[in-house]
Design a protein. Sequence first.
Length: 197
Amino acid sequence: MKNKNILLSHLKIAGIVTEKAKVLDLGCGDGDLMYLLEQNKKVNAQGVEISEDAIYKCVEKGLCVMHSDIDGALDSYLDNTFDFVILSDSLQQVKRIDEVLKQCLRISKNVIVSFPNFAHISLRFNLFFGGRAPVTKCLPSKWNDTPNIRFLSIKDFEIFCKERNYKIIEKAFITNSKYCHILPNLFAQQAIFVITK
């Protein structure tokens, strides 16, 4: 069963994406978000995924997906090909973040990014008092088995966008399957941003 924060994150993203939009989902996993968008928003969606097992699950759902790694998948797209590019829980797995986001903003005016907030209070607490890399419901993998190569916080991403003059046009934060409005860098487990140039 999917993490409830991820389910709420998918519903929030579906609320942002407009009807019949052209969408590219980078690191689409098993296609749950693309399927939700196709069913509820009638979007024209394409996915990019590196895991063959996940691609098979996408194909079973009737989704269009390309087998590639995100870092090398974007050069072939023309400018403004999509209405939305989505990086749902995949940004922290990207090697060349600057280049990938530049390319995303070249091929689409709107980029939706969601990621686990590594500055959440429970992670800070576990690391400080336990002295080990935390394992939680939101981050269930051990340090040696995680797909994450970056550990970013909400504050990190906001500073990153400010330094590059990316405009944050919408943001939402989730914790315990609810929206978080107070001190999100400390209390939110999941972050969602919509950025543009």
